[in-house]
Design a protein around this ligand. Structure first.
Ligand SMILES: Nc1ccn([C@@H]2O[C@H](COP(=O)(O)OP(=O)(O)OP(=O)(O)O)[C@@H](O)[C@H]2O)c(=O)n1
Ligand SMILES: O=P(O)(O)OC[C@@H](O)[C@@H](O)[C@@H](O)CO
Length: 445
């Protein structure tokens, strides 16, 4: 079996910088898989992925199958598709869904602009769904887009946090060993109960691992295994690696995976997934100001306060908004001091709506006004500020969450420092929570 391993005679130019394996090895493999290596005379294997998504999610305890349960108003499966489709060297993604969910799945693909996705009907068990996905890659169908891959990834549709490096590791290992799968240390000890419901024996936890996903196989290995698979295994089996061993005598290479590879099974897993996603999209804040950089501006003081309060978050000034949007920043603080109340905010909202940035994740925009309401009558300003409710309702349609923040702007320096600090705290909370129930509200610091 031809073996090409990271660091072998890969192509000259480094591939994308990826975490995980030694950078150069990983980059060389990624480059090889992405086809660039092919030009350098290396054989880049064709890689496809099969995602079983035909389950009913009974353990989740809700009517909607868990793969379609929303996280930040977007179905869970869409996050998994996004994770796989951004990997350039996976050429086809086959998703197995029930006939009754086929239309819903097509709508998800269209709405979130997923690419390279083919749908196949799932089976009554996970193994049967996977087998149907594999068949779709080899069956002769009229004008079919799919072609048989050399290596196939199998990944549960309800495991959204899969990174390119672990995919690369299992594919690289499957190319050499015939099969590979991600594993994790056991959290609880595995025991074996006796017929009368008492402890028969327990397994030494340190000598065992939990089998996770992704897994990868030489296509011919896993397809042969499924073709030979007994009805019992198809009905009750839960482990693809076991099928490769039992029916093809292939011992899968086991790859240590990251803690995020877990499967969404219970409702708590959905809450955990939402919390992780919120944290990931809150890592950068762009402060947009209606003034030149060099001017002494209370907006810059708010920006500095944000940097102090949120030291783990990258706070940038909105010098080049197009570039900031391209960097996938999902949080904007728009400081209006010089212009009329919402002029700067409206310009930003228009740019965001044109960018499609908010298709995949809700974008938070906080419109900040400074007001010394000891010298300016509060009522005179409030009528204008209340327009934010209408703005917020309108932009919510494009998944933009608009909040208002009125920052007390007193003459007294100590009071100003305190209101800036409270403003930074409120901004951080709005970004972290992304609560659509608060849109259009005017909070006061
Ligand atoms: N007949 C089935 C059963 C499961 N799956 C998929 O296999 C993955 C992992 O299975 P599991 O977590 O067990 O999902 P469910 O079977 O939906 O969950 P439950 O056992 O709680 O009903 C999921 O993406 C699920 O949609 C599938 O494609 N076809
Ligand atoms: O058994 P379930 O259908 O919940 O999960 C299927 C797989 O994800 C699970 O068996 C892993 O251990 C990987 O094989």
């Amino acid at each position: 079996m031809e073996s090409w391993l990271p660091g072998s005679s890969g192509p000259a130019e480094a591939g994308p910088r990826l975490r995980g394996l030694r950078g150069a090895d990983l980059a060389a493999s990624a480059c090889l898989l992405s086809g660039a290596g092919a030009e350098a005379g290396c054989s880049a294997p064709a890689v496809a992925a099969v995602l079983p998504a035909g389950g009913s999610g009974e353990r989740m305890g809700v009517p909607t199958p868990k793969q379609f349960c929303p996280i930040l108003e977007r179905p869970l499966i869409s996050y998994t598709l996004q994770a796989l489709e951004r990997v350039s060297w996976i050429k086809d993604i086959v998703v197995a869904v029930t006939g009754e969910n086929m239309e819903a799945m097509k709508c998800i693909i269209q709405r979130y602009q997923h690419k390279g996705i083919s749908l196949v009907e799932s089976g009554v068990t996970r193994h049967r769904s996977i087998f149907n996905g594999l068949k779709a890659l080899v069956e002769d169908q009229p004008n079919r887009r799919l072609s048989k891959p050399e290596v196939v990834i199998i990944h549960d549709a309800v495991r959204p946090f899969v990174e390119e490096d672990v995919l690369l590791k299992v594919v690289t290992a499957a190319k050499e060993h015939g099969a590979a799968g991600a594993i994790r240390p056991l959290v609880s000890t595995v025991i074996s109960p006796s017929a009368d419901g008492c402890l028969d024996h327990s397994l030494e936890r340190v000598r065992h691992r939990a089998s996770e996903m992704p897994q990868a196989f030489l296509f011919d290995v896993i397809y042969e295994a499924y073709q030979q698979c007994s009805d019992y295994d198809l009905e009750f089996g839960t482990e693809c690696l076991h099928l490769a061993l039992k029916y093809c005598h292939i011992k899968a290479k086991l790859i240590e995976g990251s803690p995020d590879l877990w499967k969404v099974t219970y409702k708590r897993d959905l809450y955990a997934a939402e919390s992780i996603i919120k944290e990931r999209i809150s890592q950068q804040i762009c402060v947009v100001m209606d003034t030149k950089e060099d001017e002494e501006h209370v907006g810059h003081r708010l920006e500095e306060m944000l940097k102090n309060e949120l030291n783990h978050v990258k706070v940038t000034s909105g010098r080049d908004l197009q570039q900031i949007i391209l960097e996938e920043c999902y949080n904007f603080v728009c400081v209006n001091v010089m212009t009329s109340d919402f002029e700067e905010t409206q310009k930003l909202l228009n740019m965001l709506e044109e960018s499609n940035l908010s298709i995949l994740y809700p974008v938070v925009v906080i419109s900040v006004q400074f007001l010394d309401y000891e010298s300016v009558p509060f009522g005179q300003k409030m009528e204008n500020l209340m327009r934010i409710r209408e703005f917020a309702k309108e932009v919510k349609k494009t998944n933009i969450l608009l909040y208002g923040l009125l920052v007390y702007y007193p003459q007294d320096e100590r009071k100003l420092q305190e209101s800036l600090r409270q403003g930074a705290t409120i901004i951080a909370a709005l970004i972290k929570e992304r609560n659509s129930g608060l849109i259009g509200q005017l909070l006061v610091a």
